[in-house]
Design a protein around this ligand. Structure first.
Ligand SMILES: [Zn+2]
Length: 124
């Protein structure tokens, strides 16, 4: 993979995810960090995306981006699930927003090198 491709890959990772804090609303967390245990790397320069897989599941588009952390030398993956537009009732009142929001609804998970789920990070 060329440097250019790596940069492009970086752009496919959302900068932030939103975590739901029950009654306290949503909190924004940066995805520019290493999600492996015992690693506190938050320097995007030490995180190198190097591989991408994309596929479709029932109602989802799935993108898995592998990232090498240059601090702990580990590899982790972001699994980005984007829900496809679901059929909705077409009744709409005037001036109501188009449901563009529904289109970009996504969930991000962290996986380790062997695809073990490290946990649901949040929404993007
Ligand atoms: Zn790390």
């Amino acid at each position: 993979m060329t440097e250019k491709q790596k940069e492009d890959l970086r752009l496919e990772i959302p900068s932030y995810a939103w975590i739901s804090l029950a009654r306290r609303g949503m909190e924004k967390i940066s995805l520019d960090q290493c999600f492996l245990k015992n690693c506190d790397n938050e320097d995007p320069k030490l995180l190198e995306p190097f591989e991408k897989k994309e596929f479709e599941e029932e109602n989802k588009h799935i993108k898995i981006i592998s990232i090498k952390c240059k601090k702990c030398n580990g590899i982790f993956k972001f699994k980005l699930e984007t829900l496809k537009k679901v059929a909705k009732p077409t009744i709409k009142s005037k001036g109501e927003d188009d449901d563009e929001g529904a289109l970009s609804m996504g969930i991000v998970y962290a996986l380790d090198e062997n695809d073990n789920n490290l946990g649901h990070i949040g929404y993007f």
